[in-house]
Write a protein that binds this ligand. Structure first.
Ligand code: CU
Length: 172
């Protein structure tokens, strides 16, 4: 009698094992589980803004855009991404938007000396908006209000970068 009960139990166990196996096979079937991932811009999910801009930077000391366009008064969310692999200590990048009329060369010289504050001078009167310095694989998002219509310089203030890493924000 005891032996019979053991056999039944074993049979039940085997049966349930078989069932589990079938279930897990179904779950892994790509037809049963269609791809439902929708890729949305990361930025829009985390900050509220009127316009979303993305600026890429890399290990070749380059921004991917020389010009960005916005409309005066808009709340701008700007994401700076570093698509490279190098550390921020050797290939760090940031985004600094200068006020109209500020000399980029003069500003960059001041910024270069401000290592402790991530190459942002203590006196920020020349700056409309800026990000922190990031390294390879990192990204940073800031928001700011688009200034009065005009053309504004932006640059990377990491030492030695601004002569290549610069561009214009056109505000309409
Ligand atoms: Cu840079």
């Amino acid at each position: 009698m005891k032996k019979l009960a053991f056999v039944f139990a074993t049979a039940a166990l085997l049966a349930s094992c078989g069932q589990n196996k079938e279930e897990s096979t179904e779950l892994n079937d790509p037809v049963v589980q269609p791809e439902t991932t929708v890729e949305e811009p990361e930025v829009s999910q985390t900050v509220e803004a009127d316009v979303y801009l993305e600026l890429l930077s890399d290990d070749q000391m380059q921004y991917d855009k020389k010009e960005l366009k916005v409309t005066s008064g808009q709340t701008v969310a700007l994401t700076l991404k570093h698509t490279g692999k190098m550390d921020k200590a050797v290939m760090g990048h940031n985004f600094v938007l200068l006020k109209a009329g500020v000399e980029m060369n003069e500003f960059a010289t001041k910024a270069m000396a401000a290592k402790e504050t991530d190459y942002i001078p203590e006196d920020q009167s020349d700056i409309i908006a800026y990000t922190g310095v990031i390294g390879g694989g990192e990204s940073v998002t800031i928001t700011f209000e688009a200034p009065a219509p005009g053309t504004y310089d932006y640059l990377c203030s990491f030492p030695g970068h601004y002569s290549i890493m610069n561009g214009k924000l056109v505000v309409e």
